[in-house]
Ligand binder design. Structure first.
Ligand code: PRP
Length: 178
C-alpha cells in the first residue's frame, strides 16, 4: 500500500478560504444563519473548516447533517438513494449550502438537490471539495468545486478506504497493490 500526495494540506486550506469568500458573496441575506448541510461521513473536516472560515467573514452558520446510502461497489440497478439520516429541522425559507467531500458519479448530489428543492429553501447550493469529471454518470449542477481530480481512488481529509485514512490532513491517491 502506498499513499501518493495529490493535494497538500496547505492547498486545501487556501482553497477553503477562497470557497468561503465565494459562498459569503453569494448569500446577501445576513439576517438568518446559513445552513451548512454536511453529508456524512466524508464531509466532516471540510464542513468544519469551511464553517470556521465563514465565521472569520462574519457569517453565522447552522451545521446540519444527512447520511445517505453508498453507491460504491454497485454495478447495476443504482436507481434509489437511501436516506439513512435525514435533517432534524426545516429548511423552508433558508439559505442552504450542501457540503460534500467528493462528486463522483453524481448520483448522491443529484438526488439530494432534487429532494431538498422540494422543501422550499430560499436558496440551495452545492459545494464539493473534489470532483471526478471522468466518473460522472448523472449530470448535477454544482456551484462550487474545489479541485477537479483524475478518476483515481483517493483518501484523506474525510475520504476513506474501509474507514481508514479519513484523518489525514491532505488528499492522497491510494495505491493498494504497491
Ligand atoms: C461518498 C461521498 C459522496 C458520494 C459521492 O460517500 O462522500 O457522498 O460517495 O459519490 P457519487 O457522486 O457517486 O454519488 P460514501 O458513500 O463513500 O460514504 P462516506 O462519506 O461515509 O465515506
Amino acid at each position: 500500500m502506498r499513499l501518493e500526495t495529490l493535494i497538500s494540506a496547505e492547498e486545501i486550506q487556501s482553497k477553503i478560504q477562497h470557497l468561503a469568500k465565494q459562498i459569503d458573496a453569494s448569500i446577501p441575506n445576513r439576517d438568518q444563519p446559513i445552513i451548512l448541510l454536511g453529508i456524512l461521513k466524508g464531509s466532516v473536516h471540510f464542513l468544519s473548516d469551511i464553517s470556521r472560515e465563514l465565521w472569520k467573514l462574519g457569517r453565522d452558520c447552522h451545521l446540519e447533517f444527512m447520511q445517505v446510502s453508498s453507491w460504491h461497489g454497485e454495478t447495476s440497478s443504482s436507481g434509489v438513494v437511501q436516506i439513512k439520516k435525514d435533517l432534524d429541522s426545516s429548511i423552508e425559507g433558508r439559505d442552504v449550502v450542501i457540503i460534500e467531500d467528493i462528486l463522483d458519479t453524481g448520483r448522491t448530489l443529484s438526488h439530494l438537490r432534487e429532494l431538498l428543492g422540494t422543501r422550499h429553501p430560499n436558496s440551495l447550493q452545492i459545494c464539493a471539495l473534489l470532483s471526478k469529471p471522468d466518473a460522472r454518470i448523472v449530470n448535477v449542477e454544482c456551484e462550487y468545486i474545489g479541485f477537479s481530480i483524475p478518476n483515481k481512488f483517493v483518501v484523506g481529509y474525510g475520504l476513506d478506504f474501509d474507514e481508514r485514512y479519513r484523518n489525514l490532513q491532505y488528499i492522497a491517491v491510494f495505491h493498494q497493490d504497491e
